[in-house]
Design a protein around this ligand. Structure first.
Ligand SMILES: C=C(O[C@H]1C=CC=C(C(=O)O)[C@@H]1O)C(=O)O
Length: 433
């Protein structure tokens, strides 16, 4: 059956835009022609979700579904389940990231002017646990098995362009406005209107015409290999935080909150990590973020486990307090259902969530766009890998906006939080330096 009369507005719009109403046919086959998947990123509209060289890179855009407003997650989950219902998948590799995939990026707030997207590429190049594969996605070939043996040969491969140099300047929120907002957040906390508030700021830059975004993306992936380097619809970054990973009934997440600068030699670095793990203020900040994720996952999972105290996660620019969570999904929830339930965690909003969102809106006074929203991918079975979009920038034409924030609890200090945001901007600023 075709998809001619979809009750889902996002699907109808996508069909109208692409003139595509036929069921999708997907072929995934192993490939020994792929070495580094990052080499396959397209220069225009890069699509990627990669960690430690493993993950997926999408080329071309077959379908683009757009969502706005408070019900953007529910609308995306419904449209995706409708679209995948009729898809015909031939997958001889069967790994996380094979078969029909949509890359996605969602706005932080329902009121954001930024559109949330699911993008279905024409070709996906992937790598996981030593297996490399190519997936092709096409429409209107339901009765035949498309011959995709030459799929890679048809992809254009251009050498990377020159390094992209830009200078960032304060955006809607200056550094003074940030410290003022942090002081105001501390007052709100002292008045018990919230227990934790995450305050962010932005920096902007102009991108030179013809800049090759593959260069900063490759720099991020090389310098921050243990994080998720992503590129979806102009949102690029390297996030250390896993919002949720769904794989055949297993759910996992990595919660981060609480940060410290790296030391400049071995002993000061060890001392920095020890001070962070011993800091009551950071432990409280972390515990609230962890509780928000556990509380959201508990009703949906069995055997949900998290360590009783966080570990110090080392990144090139920072130490973070981190807790890994794993459980079994009690019911069939897709990754899209779960990001809708989990977002926004207290690592990016605060506690309690509704009050935190209201106060952030007042104190920040700017649109976070897709910063701190979910970014990742989902497959036809609802499996997927989603990061919290941190350490990132949105590229819109020639304008780049980078974002960073910090969790504020009793005991936070405005100048120290400002310094922490400087460290969190480093991945993006250095990728464009
Ligand atoms: C809000 C950000 O980081 C969050 C994740 C890890 C540590 C955080 C912190 O220590 O404040 C934040 O909660 C950001 O990078 O913009």
């Amino acid at each position: 059956m075709g998809l001619k009369s979809s009750p889902f507005p996002a699907l109808n719009e996508a069909f109208a835009m692409t003139n595509q109403r036929e069921p999708l046919t997907i072929v995934t086959r192993p490939s020994d022609e792929i070495d580094r998947i990052l080499d396959w990123i397209a220069p225009d509209h890069p699509l990627a979700f990669v960690r430690n060289g493993e993950g997926i890179v999408g080329v071309g855009e077959l379908l683009r579904l757009e969502f706005r407003g408070a019900d953007r997650f529910a609308a995306a989950a419904a449209a995706w389940s409708e679209l995948t219902r009729t898809a015909i998948v031939h997958d001889s590799v069967n790994r996380a990231g094979t078969g029909l995939i949509a890359f996605g990026s969602f706005a932080f707030a329902g009121s954001s002017s930024a559109v949330s997207v699911l993008i279905i590429p024409r070709v996906i190049v992937g790598n996981r646990e030593g297996s490399h594969w190519v997936t092709t996605i096409s429409a209107g070939e339901a009765n035949t098995m498309p011959d995709t043996t030459d799929a890679l040969a048809t992809l254009p491969r251009h050498p990377h362009g020159a390094a992209v140099h830009v200078s960032f300047a304060p955006g809607d929120m200056s550094t003074t406005a940030f410290t003022t907002a942090v002081t105001a957040a501390l007052q709100e906390i002292a008045l018990s209107r919230a227990e934790k508030l995450v305050i962010a700021r932005d920096q902007v830059a102009q991108l030179p015409a013809g800049a090759d975004l593959r260069v900063p993306i490759a720099a991020l992936a090389t310098r921050y290999p243990d994080t998720f380097t992503f590129a979806v619809d102009g949102l690029i970054g390297s996030s250390p935080e896993t919002l949720v990973n769904v794989h055949n009934g297993t759910v996992s997440a990595r919660v981060l909150a609480g940060s410290a600068a790296r030391g400049d030699n071995h002993s000061s670095d060890e001392q920095a990590a020890a001070t962070l793990t011993g800091s009551l203020k950071d432990q409280q900040e972390h515990a609230l973020a962890l509780a928000s994720v556990m509380d959201a996952l508990r009703p949906l999972s069995r055997e949900l486990h998290a360590a009783s105290s966080p570990f110090a996660l080392q990144l090139p620019n920072l130490w973070h307090l981190a807790t890994d969570i794993e459980g079994q999904l009690a019911e069939r929830s897709s990754a899209l259902d779960l990001i809708g339930i989990l977002h926004p965690t207290a690592a990016v909003a605060g506690t309690p969530t509704p009050a935190a969102l209201q106060i952030i809106d007042l104190l920040e006074g700017f649109d976070r766009g897709r910063y701190a929203g979910p970014v990742g991918w989902v497959d036809a079975d609802g499996n997927g890998e989603w990061a919290v979009a941190l350490r990132c920038a949105q590229v819109d034409g020639t304008r780049i906006t980078a974002y960073a924030g910090a969790g504020i609890v009793t005991g936070s200090d405005a100048e120290r939080e400002l310094a922490e945001t400087e460290l969190k901007f480093r991945p993006i600023i250095e990728a464009f330096a």
